[in-house]
Design a protein around this ligand. Structure first.
Ligand SMILES: [Zn+2]
Length: 63
């Protein structure tokens, strides 16, 4: 079982879509622009209405 490796990969968009909340936590420090996994998770959460893109309190940071 290679789930551990998969969920840590920054290019596993399929896993990100399937486990968006977990992916957001796992890739907390990643940028949406550079991490396909987080980007896919974020898109899935927005699509399902779980988060609002223009939230005043986004759970990711830009540095
Ligand atoms: Zn990542």
């Amino acid at each position: 079982m290679s789930a551990e490796l998969s969920c840590l990969s920054h290019r596993n968009a399929a896993w990100g879509r399937a486990n968006p909340k977990l992916a957001m936590q796992t890739h907390l420090d990643c940028h949406l622009d550079t991490c396909a996994t987080k980007s896919a998770a974020w898109t899935a959460l927005v699509a399902s209405g779980k988060v609002v893109p223009d939230s005043c309190r986004p759970d990711w940071t830009e540095s």
